[in-house]
Ligand binder design. Structure first.
Ligand SMILES: [Zn+2]
Length: 370
């Protein structure tokens, strides 16, 4: 998560806090103070919010440690005002593993609630049933009930919330993974609408969560479908192998000329057959403006993304487009092709079309009566 502060490590995982989280603490503090509270009640409120978010951290840690059991690392755990996010490297695709990872979080809240209940019993709080109002104010009782609600709320089958993941995993045990995700995502979007409506009349936090569920469901269904489409394809299948390149010492105006004539937006630069980097259209404009027409092509190189192996799975390439929209395919130091999001998309489209042709029922045979 960008714009988050690193506040430490828990079980080797970075713990981060989003700045808006601090606003929440300030708001809760002021609210307690201005609604007739004292410094003591205000401190109590802030302490409660911190204890609540400690429960959230432990919930996320539950997911992270369960994932670790399946060899999946967690990049970080971030606290937002609407809850926590454990960024797992990936979700396990084995439905049974996803089931365990998804249930691990809410289970932690059950354990916390159980422990608090034990403590309360020991303290004899429950021996005073008449003083229910005192009871409700009790810090520990509130923490117990909030852990139970965390458990229940997260188990709502609104994919990609925990309960939705449980639903997807259960569906994936019966039907194809992509189909299971599609169904879970649609149900998730349905819940997002309900949450949004409930949020309008009841609690604005719900609108934010509804938004998170809606966009998360759509994005994840899309990713899963794309990954399924890319399965079995390698970099060489989506590689542009016919392209122009320029020599390192060629003047920039000739590179510009080439770009104009061919319509190629990304021009690779080589020196004695060795790949050096790529000049994108913007790089070319900048170089013309600041370096002049006669500067050598290598001075205009804007990016030097890592080279890809032609046999690499295409699925692995997707995250790399985040750093560069054009990636070189290398054999040793020699450039053999370029991969762009568009070339990958075209290859996917072709595969889909070919599959559709394959699945067409065979033409019916006619036995003409002569
Ligand atoms: Zn969770």
């Amino acid at each position: 998560m960008e714009w988050s502060w690193n506040v430490g490590k828990i079980a080797g995982i970075d713990l981060k806090i989003h700045p808006t989280f601090v606003f929440l603490l300030i708001w809760v503090g002021f609210y307690a103070l201005f609604s007739g509270g004292t410094i003591a009640t205000m401190s109590m409120e802030i302490l409660f919010i911190l204890a609540l978010f400690l429960s959230v951290v432990l919930h996320e840690l539950g997911h992270a440690l369960a994932a670790r059991g399946f060899g999946i690392k967690t990049q970080d755990i971030t606290l937002l005002p609407i809850g926590g996010v454990a960024r797992l490297e990936k979700m396990p695709e084995d439905p049974k593993e996803e089931l365990v990872v998804s249930l691990a979080g809410p289970s932690v809240n059950v354990v916390i609630a159980g422990l608090l209940f034990g403590v309360l019993l020991l303290m004899g709080t429950f021996a005073l049933p008449l003083e229910i109002s005192v009871l409700m104010d009790n810090f520990w009782v509130r923490l117990l009930s909030v852990n139970l609600s965390l458990m229940i709320f997260n188990l709502i089958p609104a994919f990609p919330m925990d309960g939705g993941r449980v639903l997807r995993a259960l569906l994936a045990l019966r039907v194809d993974y992509v189909k299971a995700t599609g169904i879970a995502a649609n149900i998730g979007k349905g819940f997002a609408v309900l949450m949004g409506l409930a949020g309008l009349v009841w609690n604005p936090w719900l609108i934010m969560i509804a938004f998170f569920v809606w966009s998360g469901a759509g994005a994840e269904a899309q990713t899963v479908a794309t990954k399924a489409d890319l399965k079995g394809l390698r970099v060489r299948d989506a590689m542009i192998s016919q392209f122009y390149q320029v020599e390192a010492n060629q003047p920039i105006d000739s590179v510009f000329q080439l770009a104009m004539e061919t319509g190629q937006h990304n021009i690779p630069v080589v020196s004695n057959g060795n790949y050096l980097g790529i000049i994108r259209r913007n790089d070319l404009m900048k170089a013309l403006e600041h370096l002049g027409n006669r500067a050598p092509a290598y001075a205009a190189i804007g990016i030097e993304p890592d080279g890809l192996d032609a046999d690499l799975d295409l699925v692995e390439v997707l995250p790399k487009f985040a750093t560069s929209r054009v990636l070189p395919v290398l054999e040793g130091r020699q450039l053999i092709g370029l991969v762009t999001p568009e070339s990958v998309q075209q290859r996917m489209w072709l595969k889909r079309k070919l599959k559709a042709v394959d699945q067409k029922p065979p033409e019916e045979e006619i036995d003409p009566i002569v």
